[in-house]
Design a protein around this ligand. Structure first.
Ligand code: FE2
Length: 176
């Protein structure tokens, strides 16, 4: 076999196996419910990002800089998680719902009080919100597992792992 033909054959085999992976295992009729779950998690995740910014801006008191910077770290990591969730929606053939209206309609987080000032109050509110979004991502893992979507399950696990670490950081400021 000529080298050129061999290369073509290898290329075609690689393309075929890549395509079959993209189709992967999620059946069409099950994709839409998983997309809905992803969009629900996305809305609460975006809400958490805004809540962390709200805390970052309005906080006053002792240890200002460390807590102020911690809330910014939460906002920036959570923003990356939201991006990953929205892009997974698109990979599954859905439409990402990330507008402010979608957040108001779909987020399950408690409304963030706009009159908080003390660090401890902001830390408690953000820790609670992080815990809720972490649990939502665990629910996403279960939903993905139930339709054999290992990629979405891995995304949910990765986000929950990151959020649990942030939860620990935030909680640690409340102790001692
Ligand atoms: Fe800032």
């Amino acid at each position: 076999m000529k080298t050129t033909n061999k290369l073509k054959l290898q290329h075609s085999t690689t393309t075929q196996s890549a395509n079959s992976m993209l189709v992967f295992t999620v059946q069409k009729n099950k994709k839409s419910s998983l997309i809905d779950v992803l969009n629900q998690v996305l809305a609460s995740t975006l809400d958490l990002k805004l809540q962390a910014k709200q805390a970052h801006w309005n906080l006053k008191g002792p240890n200002f800089i460390s807590v102020h910077e911690l809330f910014d770290k939460v906002a920036s990591e959570v923003d990356e998680h939201a991006d990953t969730l929205a892009e997974r929606v698109m990979q599954l053939g859905g439409q990402a719902q990330g507008t402010s209206q979608a957040i108001v309609r779909t987020s399950i987080l408690p409304v963030y009080p706009t009159n908080l000032i003390k660090a401890a109050d902001h830390l408690a509110a953000i820790a609670n919100a992080i815990g809720i979004v972490s649990k939502l991502n665990c629910d996403l893992v279960e939903a993905a597992d139930s339709v054999n979507d290992v990629v979405t399950a891995d995304i949910g696990t990765g986000i929950a792992r990151g959020l649990d670490k942030l939860h620990w950081f935030v909680r640690s400021h409340l102790q001692g």
